[in-house]
Design a protein around this ligand. Structure first.
Ligand code: ZN
Length: 432
């Protein structure tokens, strides 16, 4: 046979080391089924909203081969190869599958399908429920959205959710937990609000070593301090509260929540009601830090929503929520990366519609509908580390697609009208 040439040597080497298909990206726990890789399909006539935030393309063509997007663009400019199955989707808007950065499920196959996949969410991440809550989902024969997990969140004593938390004893324990979570498939690590700052540090160091990011729910550690320690995702707009409030109010809040974790529920809106974003000495430097460190902000506004005269809201709650909205506006205007997290359910959302409510609130905070859609697609894909293969409709990406009735680029409420969902090139439910 003689000596191998360079190409075949490289081939043998790559086979030996099993180079993963997405070496730089994160993997879902449950890669979806692959369609026939030679199958050709063209979706013709839709309004194309590709997830990048630019102007929609009317009367577009998207060509698929197997699970991949081959081409996308205006009709007449995209070549449709012979023997391609053509699907007329005129009158609908075609978008990337939505990505939810904050969804919780617990041993049920129902919510991931009924709340997420049916409503166009093809990927979600659970920030902090333990792996054991997903055994049923991951062993299910049913089609599920792509599931990204963090493993149980890292917390300090006494843990807020004993059944979900990894109760961290010391820095070394934090490092071991990160390693064990990543080895089990965690694609990010979640720190919870009783974890002391020194262990947040250790967690971030270990996460960097293992190639994943840390995302945080904060009440006691200030957000700017956590970001300086290496945290790159912030879950819940309320996590910024103590960094924005006056030092006295922040200290009172911390003391009350330190004494009783449950105090946060009532005190958060009060803390926010008294934040003066116009004269807060910290608002500008905090926003600058968020932008400079490329922090992903997942506001989950929908779970904090409070409105005059509705659901027994107090003046304090309404004012607090108003300031939360306004802080999202400031982050967005400064160029921060806002992403969409549903938190599964929300007071002003119908069952399974918290994600859509969050999109509406982001528009109320000043994002254009196209920016809000990008927050839920392209930017969440970046947050998950999967932007090489998901999050936009572009050649080479995987065909996670949704078809929506109406024009969400004009009216974000149209995102409630998801008619068809494609996961990895396969229709979920009805095909058009
Ligand atoms: Zn949560």
């Amino acid at each position: 046979m003689g000596s191998m040439n360079r190409a075949s040597r490289l081939f043998v080497v790559s086979m030996l080391f099993q180079v993963p298909a997405f070496a730089a990206g994160m993997q879902e726990m449950n890669p979806p089924a692959e369609p026939d890789p030679s199958r050709m399909m063209a979706l013709v006539g839709a309004r194309l909203i590709d997830g990048n935030g630019g102007t929609p393309i009317e009367n577009a063509v998207v060509v698929l081969r197997g699970s991949k997007i081959l081409a996308a663009g205006p009709r007449g400019k995209v070549a449709v190869p012979n023997s391609t199955q053509t699907v007329d989707v005129s009158g609908l808007s075609l978008l990337p599958g939505l990505i939810d950065s904050h969804f919780h499920s617990r041993n049920t196959v129902k919510t991931p399908v009924e709340f997420e996949l049916q409503n166009g969410i093809t990927s979600f991440r659970d920030p902090g429920h333990p792996f054991k809550y997903y055994e049923e989902v991951l062993n299910s024969e049913l089609t599920m959205p792509r599931v990204f997990l963090c493993g149980g969140h890292l917390d300090g004593p006494p843990p807020v959710w004993p059944d979900q938390a990894e109760l961290i004893q010391d820095a070394e324990h934090a490092r071991r937990t990160v390693k064990a979570h990543v080895e089990r498939g965690a694609s990010a690590i979640k720190v919870y609000f009783r974890l002391p700052l020194e262990h947040v540090h250790a967690t971030c160091e270990a996460a960097t070593e293992h190639g994943v990011i840390v995302t945080a729910h904060l009440e006691l550690v200030d957000a700017d301090v956590a970001i300086r320690a290496g945290v790159r995702g912030i879950e819940h707009i309320t996590s910024f509260g103590t960094a924005l409030a006056s030092p006295t109010e922040a200290e009172q809040f911390r003391a009350a929540v330190f004494a009783d974790s449950n105090a946060r529920r009532e005190l958060r809106h009060r803390l926010w009601a008294n934040i003066d974003l116009d004269s807060s000495p910290n608002a500008k430097s905090l926003v600058d830090t968020i932008v400079a460190q490329h922090v992903f902000v997942s506001p989950t506004l929908a779970i904090f929503e409070a409105r005059h005269g509705e659901r027994d809201a107090t003046e304090v709650q309404v004012r607090g929520f108003g300031n939360m909205l306004r802080f999202v506006t400031l982050c967005h205007q400064a160029g921060a990366r806002i992403v969409v997290g549903s938190h599964t359910s929300a007071p002003f959302a119908e069952r399974g519609r918290a994600y859509q409510r969050e999109l509406e609130l982001l528009v109320e905070a000043g994002l254009t509908p196209m920016e809000a859609i990008a927050a839920g697609t392209k930017h969440n894909a970046e947050f998950f580390g999967i932007e090489e293969r998901l999050g936009t409709i572009e050649p080479g990406k995987s065909a996670d697609l949704i078809l929506v009735d109406g024009d969400p680029s004009q009216n974000i409420a149209a995102m409630k009208n998801v008619k068809h969902v494609m996961l990895n090139g396969n229709w979920f439910g009805d095909s058009p």
